[in-house]
Write a protein that binds this ligand. Structure first.
Ligand code: HEC
Length: 189
């Protein structure tokens, strides 16, 4: 009798262990699957290329690193503004970029990362990146200026969105846009 109870207890234990193992394995499998489908957005030198090869919207250029360009354009072209989708890249000049990271990454910048880039014929390098403390070549803090845009414009300044104007004329900005060394000369294309 005692032997029998022991055996039952033992086999229950074994079933229990097998079940826990199965649950654990399934759990790990699900976590791995989730990680595979929700790859964090990788932003590195290779994320940036010839400025004018991006899509022009009024005076600036946009792209989407997750292939979601239509969603980025919908906000960029909207007269009501809106929140840019994850993966959005916005640039005015070759050496400065804003990239929209995953929701919750940086609440204070509404998930925008600011980047100061180095550009040459060989490609891009990242000179500075971050959220509230990135400065451009002129010592200006990206966040300090862009935070002044009215909330509905999601940190995009343009003109008339509430930011202090840049000290550059439209001609100077266009000349910087058209002299990006990463863009191949027409005869090389
Ligand atoms: C002195 C304030 C100031 C500073 C500093 C500044 N910006 Fe801007 N930025 C502006 C203004 C104003 C515009 C719009 C210019 C225009 O369209 O005429 C602009 C335009 C842009 C744009 C195009 C989209 C938009 O907002 O119109 C990007 C992207 C951008 N800046 C990124 C940066 C990054 C990255 C930095 C730092 C490395 C930076 N900016 C520093 C004021 C600033």
């Amino acid at each position: 009798m005692l032997k029998h109870t022991l055996r039952t207890k033992l086999s229950r234990l074994r079933i229990g262990a097998a079940l826990s193992f199965a649950v654990l394995t399934l759990g790990i499998g699900a976590t791995q699957l989730k990680a595979a489908t929700e790859q964090p957005l990788q932003v590195d030198e290779s994320s940036f290329d010839c400025l004018t090869a991006m899509t022009a919207v009024r005076g600036f250029f946009v792209d989407n690193l997750l292939g979601n360009l239509d969603a980025t354009l919908a906000v960029a072209r909207s007269e009501q503004g809106g929140a840019y989708p994850t993966g959005s890249v916005v640039q005015l000049v070759p050496t400065e970029a804003m990239v929209k990271l995953a929701p919750g990454t940086s609440p204070v910048t509404n998930d925008w990362e600011f980047l100061e880039l180095g550009v040459s014929e060989a490609g891009s390098t990242i000179v500075g990146r971050g959220f509230t403390d990135v400065v451009n070549r002129f010592g200006g803090n990206c966040f300090g200026c862009h935070i002044k845009a009215e909330p509905k414009w999601d940190f995009v300044c343009e003109t008339g969105h509430g930011c202090d104007p840049l000290a550059f004329t439209r001609e100077m900005i266009e000349s910087a846009q058209n002299s990006d060394p990463r863009c191949k000369a027409p005869e090389e294309v």
